[in-house]
Design a protein around this ligand. Structure first.
Ligand SMILES: C[S@@+](CC[C@H](N)C(=O)[O-])C[C@H]1O[C@@H](n2cnc3c(N)ncnc32)[C@H](O)[C@@H]1O
Length: 314
């Protein structure tokens, strides 16, 4: 028997806010769902189990290894599942491809899975040594290698500030330029550690640099912005969209979109008469974002930064 790829051998990914997602999506028979970030199919499994015997799910992921794992995990429901190697930003095309008109629920659980983080070959983690990759989609041209070795110093400073919201961006960018060529995550971590003091009470400075590079490589924020209106448009009336984010940059985009689209008028507050003609298309179900319970945070450290927001299509 083959030993499988490193990703297949890594420990399973524990789905965050699992019960809360199911509580909000309320899967039941005959319903159709899209899981836009299939990963290890933890949430998808629950949705299919709860919508038995006739609920259907379309699962998307950009990572072929995640797709293969999810297919295995979802084998008991194979007659009710379609999986596709695609981005959640293309949700509308993917739904049309399988001849669905609209759906009852959409979920995205953004970011990296534990399996991807624990696979040094994917290059997502500063805690192990691997190639500078960080692509969800291995077919994509640009990887972390190009960002780290080819971006101008000013471009690096911009992405570290914008996507890492960090101090010391200038010093780190300068050190990277001097240390080029940088081939591995271990080398990059050393360069960062050489110019930023490590405070044992705070996250390692490489955490934010890696986050910023990953967001840039995968153009994650643009992907989320493109996804939100597409996802809202494929829901039928009463259908729900649930988004789990892991840092304030993602959560801010989701929160602002939900606030804007839940309003009937988006004219400036001081304007006496509405001229925008905007109509609310969604209702917010989570006034404040939902966080994991202390128990969940205790056994799953990833859950600590998770925020769930849910809306219903009007
Ligand atoms: C946090 S994991 C999802 C875990 C999943 N909910 C579970 O229960 O196992 C995020 C997944 O999203 C995928 N991903 C990242 N960006 C994507 C995109 N634009 N479109 C589709 N999948 C994406 C990653 O490859 C990863 O497998």
């Amino acid at each position: 028997m083959s030993a499988g790829t490193p990703l297949e051998n890594s420990p399973a990914h524990v789905p965050v806010l699992y019960h809360e997602v199911l509580q909000y999506l309320q899967p039941s028979q005959e319903m159709k769902f899209v899981d836009g970030t299939l990963g290890a199919a933890g949430h998808a499994y629950g949705i299919l189990q709860q919508s038995a015997p006739a609920g259907q799910l379309l699962g998307l992921d950009l990572d072929p290894t995640a797709i293969a794992l999810a297919e295995k995990k979802l084998a008991p429901f194979s007659d009710r599942v379609v999986v596709a190697l695609a981005s959640y930003s293309n949700i509308r095309q993917e739904i049309a491809r399988i001849n669905w008109q609209s759906v009852d629920g959409v979920l995205v659980d953004l970011g990296v899975s534990s399996m991807q983080l624990d696979t040094p070959e994917k290059g997502f983690s500063f805690q192990s040594d691997g190639p500078l990759d960080m692509r969800f989609n291995p077919e994509q041209e640009q990887s972390a290698r190009e960002v780290v070795n080819q971006y101008a110093q000013t471009e690096l400073v911009t992405i570290f500030r914008k996507y890492g919201e960090m101090s010391g961006a200038g010093r780190i960018a300068e050190a990277i330029i001097k240390a080029r060529p940088i081939e591995t995550t271990g080398q990059l971590t050393k360069v960062i550690s050489s110019v930023v003091k490590i405070n044992p009470r705070k996250a390692h400075p490489a955490t934010l640099v890696f986050q910023a590079i990953r967001i840039e490589v995968n153009q994650e924020l643009a992907g989320i912005s493109a996804f939100l209106p597409e996802a809202t448009s494929v829901l039928h009336s009463g259908g729900r969209l649930a988004v789990i984010s892991f840092h304030s940059l993602e959560d801010r985009i989701v929160k602002h979109y939900f606030q804007l689209e839940s309003k009937d008028c988006i004219c400036p507050p001081k304007q006496p008469i509405c001229t925008c003609g905007h109509k609310a298309s969604i209702r917010i179900l989570t006034k404040k974002s939902i966080q994991a319970s202390p128990e969940e945070m205790k056994f799953n450290s990833r859950a600590r930064s998770a925020r769930l927001r849910v809306v219903e299509k009007l």
